[in-house]
Design a protein around this ligand. Structure first.
Ligand code: SF4
Length: 187
């Protein structure tokens, strides 16, 4: 199909059934929703070398995004820190939201971290790897906001230090001195 064709025309010619989300440009491209199907496939709008993937309304957008992030984590060569570490952190924040534990500040975190990875990575993989999360945050904001936790009094827990310490103790096979002082040691 020629450049300049609309996404709606592509979907029509392909016989797409119930298209609800379209990924233009492969994993590193942009995911758009129904309200953007009149946008055009071209360098000035939605650029792609040919990869267009369509998803029906039965698919979970965040599961698709998590799958793409796993791909980038696997494909990162590890040379530079923003890509090697940043993509893992983005995936962890995404999983936190998917488990229903996300907070509004997690969206700001994902946005800032994604921009940092794009700006500071060495090659094209890092320059585009945050796109699945950033583009779905832009085009499917309700998918994210519907999963965020409501907090009373406007307070948000920034970091679960007790949970992190428990995990570290388990890995190091160490006991908590505070726990022992409070509840007694069984050793
Ligand atoms: S951005 Fe490129 S060079 Fe840097 S870790 Fe990722 S794949 Fe390697």
């Amino acid at each position: 199909m020629p450049f300049g064709v609309s996404v709606a025309e592509v979907l029509d010619r392909a016989g797409a059934k119930d298209p609800a989300a379209v990924q233009v440009g492969g994993a590193s491209g942009e995911m758009i929703g129904r309200t953007d199907f009149q946008r055009r496939v071209c360098f000035e709008d939605l650029s792609t070398a040919g990869a267009i993937t369509t998803f029906s309304s039965r698919r979970n957008v965040l599961e698709i995004v998590a799958y793409y992030m796993d791909f980038f984590i696997d494909e990162s060569c590890g040379y530079c820190t923003p890509c090697r570490v940043g993509n893992v952190f983005m995936k962890k924040a995404l999983e936190k939201i998917m488990r229903g534990l996300g907070e509004p500040s997690d969206l700001d975190y994902l946005s800032e971290l994604g921009k940092t990875i794009i700006a500071t990575s060495r090659c094209g993989l890092g320059h585009t790897s945050p796109n699945p999360i950033l583009s779905t945050m832009k085009h499917f904001p309700l998918v994210y906001s519907a999963l965020l936790k409501e907090r009373s009094g406007g307070l948000e827990a920034g970091f679960d230090i007790q949970g992190a310490l428990d995990e570290a103790r388990t890995i190091a096979k160490r006991r908590s001195l505070i726990y022992d002082a409070t509840y007694g040691s069984d050793e």
